[in-house]
Structure formats: structure tokens, C-alpha cells
Ligand binder design. Structure first.
Ligand code: NAD
Ligand code: LMR
Length: 329
């Protein structure tokens, strides 16, 4: 007998990440090849966006995905999030010409306050929320703070793209198979201040750090390459990463829902004080996942260089949190 369908809400569904994401969710790559899904898609009310959404829905229909049990198009989060089990918050206000970071935070605070309130009012009480839209960590924090009746732990931000980028750079440097790398993580904010950390990483039981043994490469090449990869893609493509971002969203949700089988993955999750990160700051941590829950890997040694990197990305997130404080009242 087939499983009952679950509801998956996606915002910004007619955007470029949406176009690389929806077909993979509908084909079962996110929640399993035996899990029917109902897509609840949200776009802004603007006629152009709603028309584009109609076109994407026609294409979804034309794929005749056996697992796609329904598709809904919405312009109101109160409808899009009704009873939803999973919410991928992709749509966000992009930075426009001359826009300061504070303006970007304020514009997105409005969106994520409204969406947090809507999730609070109508979503499943177990909803798993992934924020992709930038600034992802602080948008997740805003949505979480706007949804006091839902468990804070259900609000997460996407650091998986950074994790995957770091794995790929390490594989290229040392000739590893990317899929053999274990115990890698990225701490902090999804921004150039993130700290991609391979001190604990292994390949077939061997230390990645000892194999590479090049601290200058770590500092001068690896960290800047991973940290500025998003900007490098924008410079090359004229558009921000989309297929790789969608792929990371699939990885994040799949591992959260179906388990990481003991492996570490990176998720941006609200802190409970781990590693000195103040409570509720949404921070990239190493986690393992099982039975639909994630658990932060605790007790790792933080050396002086790593502490300096963690302090820097934390200071940025504290600044973002303080910047939206008045908007959350
Ligand atoms: P895009 O501009 O192609 O699409 C965004 C879509 O969101 C648009 O169709 C827009 O109409 C819609 N939208 C805007 N506000 C909305 C709202 N309030 N409700 C519903 N829909 C809304 O952008 P994209 O390339 O798909 O990127 C989306 C976001 O993801 C951006 O903020 C981007 O910076 C971010 N991003 C994050 C990561 C990450 O690793 N966390 C990686 C890549 C991109
Ligand atoms: C990325 O990391 O590719 C994006 O977050 C870049 C961006 O600013 O959209």
C-alpha cells in the first residue's frame, strides 16, 4: 500500500532555484522514491510571477511524475503553508543597486516575519523549515521568532551548499573521491565569513588535514575560495547559483527527513549555547540526523585559529540579529 502524501511548500517557486528544485522533489529525490508529495507553491501576487508559476506547473504536469499527488499555486502564505509538513523558503528580496545590507535585512525581515506568522498559524505542528533565501541564517531566525507556537528547532538555514563546495575543493586538491570525505563541516553564517573546517575530516579513515598538510593553502586558497564561491558564480554566470543551491536544498531536507546514517552534515540550526554561540542564533554546525531529528556534534576541540574564525562569523550574525531586533517587536 502506498504511503499517504505529505505536503511540501516552496516559496519563490517561479524563480531560478525553484526551477531546479521542484522537479527533483516531485520525482522523489528529496523524500524518497516511495513518498507521494503535494506541492504547495507560493509566488508574489505580481501577474508576471503568477504567470511564470503557471508555466512551471504545466511542466510539472507534463512530467507525469507518479509521486506527484497534487499541485497548488498560491500568492498568500496563509494558504500556501496550510498543513504543510515541509517548507522550503527560497523566495527573498534580492539586493538591488545601492542597497545597503541593513536595507536588505529590513526588506527580508518583512517577508520572513509574515511567513513565520503564517507557518505558526496554519502549518503542521511538526513542519520542517529550510530557509534558502538570503541572508539565510537571519531570515530563518526571523521566521523562527515569528512562530512562537512551533518548536524553534524546526527552523533551519542552508549551509549545505557551503559544505558541498568545501568537499569538492578538498577532493580536487588531494585527489579524493568527493563521496569518500567524512566529518567535514562549515561553521557560522552563509556568507563569506563562514568557516569551512576540515580538521576532523577523514577519507577512508585517514586524516584529510594530515594528507594535505598545508596550512597556507587552507588560509589563503581554500577558505577564500569556499567563502567567495557564491560571488564567483554570480560574476561568471551573471546570476546566482541555482542548480547547485537546489541540489544542496535537496541534500539538506533528505538527510533531515531520512537520516544521515551516522555521517556528519552541516545545517544552520538555532543554537542552544553549543560552542559558545548564544541561544537562538541560527548557526552552521556539524550535525548527525536520525528519525527526523538532527543533533549537533558536541565536544569538538576548537583551536585558536578556529576560534578566531568562529568569532568572526558569529560577530556578523550577532550584528544581523541586532539589526532586526526592532523589526521583531
Ligand atoms: P530568483 O530571483 O530567480 O527567484 C526568487 C523568486 O522568489 C522570484 O520568482 C520572486 O518573485 C519570488 N519571491 C520574492 N519574494 C517572495 C515572497 N515574499 N514570497 C514568495 N515568493 C517570493 O532567485 P533565486 O536564484 O531562485 O534565489 C532565491 C534566493 O536564494 C536568493 O535570496 C538567493 O540569494 C538565495 N540563495 C541562497 C543560497 C544558499 O546557499 N543559502 C544559494 C543560492 C541562492
Ligand atoms: C551562493 O552562495 O551561491 C548565494 O548565496 C549567492 C547569493 O548572493 O545569492
Amino acid at each position: 500500500m502506498s504511503k499517504p502524501a505529505v505536503r511540501v511548500a516552496v516559496t519563490g517557486a517561479a524563480g531560478q532555484i525553484g526551477y531546479a528544485l521542484l522537479f527533483r522533489i516531485a520525482s522523489g529525490e528529496m523524500l524518497g522514491k516511495d513518498q507521494p508529495v503535494i506541492l504547495q507553491l507560493l509566488e508574489i501576487p505580481d501577474e508576471k510571477a503568477q504567470n511564470a508559476l503557471k508555466g512551471v506547473i504545466m511542466e510539472l504536469e507534463d512530467c507525469a511524475f507518479p509521486l506527484l499527488a497534487g499541485i497548488e499555486a498560491h500568492s498568500d502564505p496563509m494558504q500556501a503553508f496550510k498543513d504543510t509538513d515541509y517548507a522550503l523558503l527560497v523566495g527573498a528580496r534580492p539586493r538591488g543597486p545601492g542597497m545597503e545590507r541593513a536595507d536588505l535585512l529590513a526588506a527580508n525581515a518583512q517577508i520572513f516575519t509574515a511567513q513565520g506568522k503564517a507557518l505558526n498559524a496554519v502549518a503542521s505542528r511538526n513542519v520542517k523549515v529550510l530557509v534558502v533565501g538570503n541572508p539565510a541564517n537571519t531570515n530563518a531566525y526571523i521566521a523562527m521568532k515569528s512562530a512562537p507556537d512551533l518548536p524553534a528547532k524546526n527552523f533551519t538555514a542552508m549551509l549545505r551548499l557551503d559544505h558541498n563546495r568545501a568537499a569538492s575543493q578538498l577532493a580536487a586538491k588531494a585527489g579524493f573521491k568527493v563521496g569518500d570525505i567524512r566529518k567535514l563541516t562549515v561553521w557560522g553564517n552563509h556568507s563569506p565569513t563562514m568557516y569551512a573546517d576540515y580538521r576532523f575530516a577523514t577519507v577512508n579513515g585517514k586524516s584529510v588535514q594530515e594528507t594535505i598538510n598545508d596550512q597556507a593553502w587552507n588560509k589563503d586558497v581554500f577558505l577564500p575560495t569556499v567563502g567567495k564561491r557564491g560571488a564567483a558564480i554570480i560574476a561568471a554566470r551573471g546570476l546566482s547559483s541555482a542548480a547547485s543551491a537546489a541540489n544542496a536544498a535537496i541534500d539538506h531536507m533528505r538527510d533531515w527527513a531520512l537520516g544521515s546514517k551516522g555521517e556528519w552534515v552541516t545545517m544552520g540550526v538555532p543554537s542552544n549555547g553549543e560552542y559558545g554561540v548564544p541561544k537562538d542564533i541560527v548557526f552552521g554546525f556539524p550535525v548527525t540526523t536520525e528519525n527526523g531529528e538532527y543533533k549537533i556534534v558536541e565536544g569538538l576541540e576548537i583551536d585558536a585559529f578556529s576560534q578566531e574564525c568562529i568569532n568572526k562569523t558569529l560577530a556578523e550574525l550577532e550584528g544581523e540579529r541586532d539589526g532586526v531586533k526592532d523589526l521583531l517587536k
